[in-house]
Design a protein around this ligand. Structure first.
Ligand code: 5GP
Length: 120
């Protein structure tokens, strides 16, 4: 199992509305907002509304409706932002070697320029 969920992490505070964010998408399963330190012209983070530390925690514990809802939400964000035709990149960092900094599952969406080859 992974670490216990820390409900004081920054994305938990964003979900609770304790700190502001620039919401670009919200539904029953997910919230999407702009990354505070964008690495591409469009850099959006999509997070599940449930309390999950990482992709590992989510895929192990979330029920099927949450998993389906989250996957669909990530697609919706990109589609509604007009990213599909030019293309975009999804990224999830998991754990220490994955350089995950915030312990609430998030999927990065990068778009708005040719992104080049994937970096190791
Ligand atoms: P990680 O390395 O965990 O995959 O990525 C964490 C991301 O969260 C980073 O890209 C960082 O810029 C972003 N981030 C950290 N704190 C905040 C915040 O308070 N607000 C927003 N919108 N993004 C944040």
């Amino acid at each position: 199992a992974t670490q216990p969920y820390d409900d004081q992490n920054i994305f938990a505070k964003i979900l609770r509305g304790d700190i502001p964010n620039s919401t670009v998408y919200e539904d029953a399963f997910a919230l999407a907002f702009h990354d505070i330190n964008p690495q591409a012209p469009h850099h959006i983070l999509v997070i599940p509304k449930g309390a999950y530390v990482s992709w590992d925690d989510f895929s192990a514990r979330a029920d099927d409706a949450e998993i389906a809802g989250f996957v669909r939400a990530v697609g919706n964000v990109a589609r509604e932002a007009g990213m599909v035709a030019p293309g975009y990149r999804l990224l999830a960092n998991i754990g220490q070697d994955g350089h995950q900094e915030v312990p609430h599952l998030h999927v990065h969406i990068f778009a708005g320029r040719p992104l080049g080859p994937m970096l190791a």
